[in-house]
Design a protein around this ligand. Structure first.
Ligand code: PHE
Length: 337
């Protein structure tokens, strides 16, 4: 065979193939046509391949290109035809149009994750960046540097899960305050989300592991006015401008004065709006600044901590914290967007 004869044979095959493929109406006929055209042993293409090997070496490049073109054209036609032959066959009987459709599952982010993302976005707009710290901590970062007196009851074993003599699972995200201040000079504005652990029973209102969101703002000349203004602005953006906010006194060893912020929210239980405590906050205690190596004469600031699970619960009227841990799709899919 000469190169010209070979190219002619390719052309003929390319001309014939579409009609033969189009004529295959059933899956069986289609399988026959496929074998005749591109079957590995006796197909038309296989014959041409055998011929290709007999051509003189300087002709094989052109011949090879021609046969590859034919091959991909035919395979594409076959694939298209196969799909429509299958569809037609199914419509002929196998497809029962009266069958109920299959349930579609849609994934969603966890409601607590959604709350954290939303809060992080608001604080990002207010100039805060995300900071993270380890979940396994030392007594120094979790308690001592945060101005806990040595005999503070929270330090006793019944609240804290100890990993060793001096290591523990952090009971709050406040250690990130100290770690951040050790690493970065003020001005500092951070939001620190993360898991915390407490030796608590797992019941409707407690979980031994849960998320916290810590906030910290340190600079020269920061006062309680900044705290109130920033956290009120956060509440306006998160809950809407019609919700009232109030601050009241509270105690945490690492802030002075310490406060809590309540927001009027509707828990969706038909009892209307009521005050719900959203977060603990206060002016960072000078002892904390000193423990972190920050000049407490020059710098002041404030911090807050909140529980996004409780916020998600009050927002959606979820009565039992345990559903947040069940991974039950029937619960989670309600939050799909
Ligand atoms: N760390 C406190 C807690 O776990 C919350 C808090 C953080 C309070 C920062 C004041 C300032 O409850």
């Amino acid at each position: 065979m000469t190169l010209d004869e070979f190219l002619e044979a390719c052309r003929r095959l390319a001309d014939e193939a579409p009609a033969r493929i189009a004529l295959a109406a059933s899956p069986a006929e289609f399988a026959d046509v496929r074998t005749q055209l591109v079957g590995r042993k006796q197909g038309r293409l296989a014959d041409l391949m055998t011929q290709l090997a007999t051509l003189p070496p300087d002709a094989r490049r052109d011949a090879g290109r021609a046969i590859n073109d034919v091959k991909s054209t035919i395979e594409q036609l076959l694939d298209e035809r196969e799909a429509s032959v299958r569809a037609a066959t199914r419509a002929d009987g196998a497809l029962d149009l009266s069958m109920p459709s299959r349930r579609r599952w849609k994934g969603s982010l966890h409601p607590v994750t959604l709350v954290i993302d939303e809060i992080a976005e608001i604080f990002r707009e207010l100039g805060f960046t995300i900071a993270l710290g380890p979940e396994a901590e030392t007594e120094f970062y979790n308690f001592t540097a945060l101005n806990f007196p040595a005999d503070h009851p929270a330090m006793e074993l019944h609240d804290t899960l100890y990993l060793g003599e001096d290591t523990l699972l952090r009971t709050h995200t406040s250690p990130v305050q100290v770690r951040t201040l050790q690493q970065y000079a003020p001005p500092v504005r951070i939001l620190a989300p993360g898991n915390v652990y407490r030796r608590d029973f797992f019941d409707a209102t407690h979980a031994p592991s849960f998320m916290q969101l810590e906030g910290l703002a340190i600079d020269e000349g920061i006062s309680f006015v900044d705290l109130k203004a920033t956290l009120s602005e956060f509440a306006r953006r998160f809950y809407g401008s019609t919700r009232r906010v109030r601050f009241g006194p509270s105690y945490f060893p690492f802030v002075e004065p310490g406060a809590q912020m309540d927001v009027e929210v509707d828990l969706g239980d038909g009892k209307g709006v009521r005050w719900v405590e959203i977060l603990g906050c206060g002016m960072v205690h000078p002892n904390v600044l000193s423990a972190a190596g920050v000049d407490s004469e020059r710098y002041t600031g404030w911090a807050f901590g909140m529980g996004p699970a409780r916020i998600a619960m009050s927002r959606h009227g979820i009565p039992d914290i345990r559903v947040l841990y069940d991974s039950d799709v029937r619960f989670l899919e309600q939050f799909a967007r």
